[in-house]
Design a protein around this ligand. Structure first.
Ligand code: ZN
Ligand code: ZN
Length: 335
């Protein structure tokens, strides 16, 4: 089979490699679709953990093509999604119900071969059959949806809240949809790209404005009180500073976007005290993939994948994601 390997260089390399044999408890998946994630861009930039040479891609769905000894989580022919993490089960965090903070987390697409390949063999505990009526494109979004569900959980969002979403790529769109479902009274999105602003309105935002207009828009819409929840999705350090600065009294600020390691931003501690802000991180998807799969039929994320490339053009796909083309960029390894 062919797979897109990260080798430590800035470009991925398509290599012929043996089709994996599913070992005991593993399931072999013929990959229909695998989405490009911001994390993949960080991996090839050398800014995120990986173990090259490794096939990257951790947001994928496909059809079960083989079962290793004893694997029962799905049947041959089932369309499945993958929650791409394996945890050590022996560290402090695994033993205290916080496996996503595991000291020896090993992911498909970072440590083990992932989804930018014709086939992937994964442990059956990571495999989730797609609900009836859901196609591979939506199924492949379960992973990122699960991460966003974690972000909403971390936000403590309540019915009637005013929610500001900073940065509206695919993740911002998902947060907008989830905030609407969670009962937000008002969802105000900030995003520099006009096309994405227009799309955000279709995903349930009440207003979508340029970042430069966000503060005055929030002031106007909330009578100067500011938002109850701010979700920073862009990963731009300055936006994290803006998120803290414009949060309302008692607000929760979720820093969801992955900023480059080592970059810093200044915040005003007195504002955090005076407004009693809670500033929280949100890391991957602990126990949320199941809930994500459950939400797929009613959430309607079918339009989120705007560009699909064949595996041979993976570097073009990565470049499209890097320059912010469309919403979600995906690969069809067998297309
Ligand atoms: Zn991802
Ligand atoms: Zn662990």
């Amino acid at each position: 089979m062919r797979g897109a390997f990260y080798t430590g260089e800035k470009l991925l390399e398509i290599r012929e490699t043996p089709t994996p044999e599913p070992g005991p408890g593993q399931i072999l998946i013929k990959v229909d679709i695998a989405c490009v994630c911001g994390t993949d861009l960080h991996i090839v930039a050398g800014e995120y953990f990986s173990r090259p040479p490794v096939i990257i891609g951790h947001e994928f769905a496909g059809v079960v093509a083989g079962l290793g000894e004893g694997a029962t989580a799905a049947k041959v022919g089932d369309l499945v999604t993958v929650e791409p993490h394996q945890y050590c089960r022996v560290c402090k965090f695994c033993k205290t119900g916080r496996e996503h903070l595991c000291l020896d987390k090993r992911g498909y697409g970072t440590y083990y071969n992932g989804g930018f390949a014709e086939y992937a063999a994964v442990a059956e505990n990571t495999v989730y059959p797609a609900p009836a009526g859901i196609g591979a494109r939506e199924a492949a979004l379960a992973e990122v949806l699960g991460c966003c569900i974690r972000g909403v959980d971390r936000s403590g969002m309540r019915i009637g809240d005013t929610v500001a979403v900073l940065g509206c790529s695919s993740v911002g769109m998902i947060f907008t949809k989830l905030a609407r479902r969670a009962g937000a009274a008002r969802i105000i999105v900030s995003e520099p790209n006009g096309e994405r602003r227009r799309a955000a309105l279709g995903y349930g935002a009440d207003l979508a404005v340029d970042p430069g207009l966000l503060k005055e828009t929030l002031d106007r819409e909330t009578g100067g009180l500011g938002p109850d929840v701010v979700i920073e999705c862009s990963g731009v350090p300055a936006a994290a500073g803006q998120a803290v600065a414009l949060a309302g009294r008692g607000a929760r600020v979720v820093l969801f976007g992955v900023a480059p390691p080592g970059e810093t931003v200044s915040i005003e501690p007195n504002g955090i005290f005076m407004k009693e802000l809670a500033i929280v991180g949100s890391t991957i998807n602990p126990f949320t993939h199941y809930r994500a799969v459950e939400m797929l039929p009613s959430l309607g994320l079918g339009d989120l994948i705007t560009h699909v490339f064949p595996l041979a053009r993976i570097n073009e796909a990565m470049e499209a994601a890097r320059r912010g083309a469309g919403l979600k960029i995906a690969i069809e390894p067998n297309g």
